[in-house]
Design a protein around this ligand. Structure first.
Ligand code: GLU
Length: 447
């Protein structure tokens, strides 16, 4: 049977590093095994689901290169959930409950105060037909709970190893709301069964759901998939990421932080695994290195500084074709491979190329605090055409004429030519600056 995995975000917000990591791991798993990757939008929460979030999710996945082979939307599948709910009601596995949220809170609080786990007491199962008729005549509408078998639930998790739950230690989950709408615990199982998902790879916040959902798979006659629960990312201090979701959204990393897709992918594919984090320029390399067995149970820490350092290392390796679109979007229409190769060693973000573009293509106020030396140097500027050897030839001649060397030779030239103390190698910049500008800047003129 061929592998089928899914990424199932709820379109109730932007994707952040935590959930996009799960998308990536699912995608890598599918590509590694020759399986299929399904994008499923869990949009049955109609109040909170928004089309713009759905679009944002698709945009983020495409930006990362995580294209999907199949697509499903839960709101298209209500008919199937109704069918399964009807069958579960008929077999007695779904039972109507009438408690209000306040009543449930009271029950929960009372159990907790006695030091007992807040497990639903199944009071609704003891209602008679007459009790139910009375409650309904009072205007109460039932929500529906799944009756768990009080037997052990076990699975071998690809990350956690053998996992064991006692059915009796779990609360019967609500699968159908009072307004008749199905909840995620049911819809996810019906979808996974109908769409023949073989492996469910998700966050460890779903471990207890899995225990419940395995029983639901069995009740609806679906094949139980293999499960893998990944530890959730925390920030560098070990706190959950939830408080910083805005700044850690994929959209803000892309649009505000200038992070390259392969920087994010290189980091997220390896965080929390036994592999070292190294820059990778293609998803294919990550597929080749991927093995779910490398995912450790330790909590992985996400550090934005580490991401930025990796972004820089990736930029230093990226060929011009891979950034041409981004450079054009910055307005650097004529940027070419020579420009890119000259400046990329100095960049942490592509947008910083604008500064160096200004140095090679716009007037610069030179720092010319040693005019006599600069005049001697200017007189020795070779005729064009200039290439990567021009800088060496020229500074060799300046050195021979003036006797200067090292910093005394190079720093005044750099300050005059670029207006700055630091920057890309002048061997690469000089041909881009050109003779006319170079001559003027050496003479102290803004050019
Ligand atoms: N929509 C669920 C979530 O975002 C999906 C969980 C799952 O993978 O089953 O948490």
């Amino acid at each position: 049977m061929s592998v089928a995995v899914r990424f199932a975000p709820s379109p109730t917000g932007l994707l952040h590093v935590g959930n996009v990591r799960l998308a990536l791991v699912n995608w890598l798993f599918a590509r590694k095994t020759g399986g299929t990757f399904l994008l499923r939008l869990d949009d049955t929460d109609e109040e909170r689901s928004k089309p713009e979030y759905a679009e944002g999710i698709e945009r983020d996945l495409i930006w990362l290169g995580l294209t999907w082979d199949r697509f499903a939307r839960e709101s298209d599948r209500y008919g199937r959930y109704d069918e399964e709910a009807a069958a579960l009601k008929a077999s007695g596995r779904l039972y109507p409950c009438y408690e209000t949220p306040e009543e449930l809170n009271l029950k929960r609080a009372s159990l907790v105060s006695q030091g007992r786990p807040p497990i639903y007491d199944r009071a609704a199962l003891r209602l008679s037909d007459a009790d139910r008729a009375r409650l309904e005549s009072e205007g109460r509408k039932p929500h529906w709970r799944f009756k768990l078998e009080h037997t052990p639930v076990e699975w071998t998790d690809l990350v956690r190893g053998p996992v064991h739950f006692e059915g009796s230690a779990l609360s019967d989950p609500v699968l159908i709301r009072e307004d008749g709408r199905p909840l995620y615990t049911l819809t996810s199982v019906v979808d996974d069964a109908d769409l023949a998902i073989t492996h469910v790879i998700r966050g460890e916040d779903h471990v207890a759901n899995t225990a419940v959902q395995i029983q639901i798979f069995q009740a609806v006659g679906g094949a139980v998939p293999v499960f893998a629960h990944l530890p959730l990312l925390t920030d560098a201090t070990g706190q959950g990421l939830s408080k910083r979701l805005g700044s850690l959204s994929v959209a803000s990393l892309r649009e505000e932080e200038g992070i390259e897709p392969m920087a994010l992918a290189s980091l997220l594919a390896k965080l929390g695994t036994s592999d070292a984090i190294e820059p990778r320029l293609t998803l294919d390399e990550l597929v080749a290195e991927f093995d779910i067995a490398k995912v450790s149970r330790a909590t992985p820490k996400f550090d934005p500084e580490e991401l930025l350092r990796l972004n820089a290392r990736i930029l230093h390796l990226l060929p011009f074709e891979r950034v041409a679109g981004e450079l054009a979007a910055l307005g650097l229409d004529d940027a070419d491979a020579a420009f890119w190769e000259a400046v990329r060693p100095n960049l942490s973000r592509v947008a910083e190329a604008r500064d160096w573009w200004a140095v090679t293509h716009a007037p610069v106020a030179p720092v010319a605090d040693d005019p006599a030396f600069l005049a001697e140097a200017a007189a020795l500027l070779p005729e064009e055409p200039w290439d990567l050897s021009t800088w060496g030839t020229w500074t060799g001649a300046v050195k021979a004429r003036t006797g200067r060397k090292g910093k005394d030779l190079f720093l005044p030239l750099r300050r005059a030519l670029t207006g700055r103390d630091h920057g890309p190698e002048l061997k690469n910049l000089l041909p881009l600056i050109g003779r006319t500008r170079a001559q003027k800047r050496l003479a102290g003129e803004t050019a």
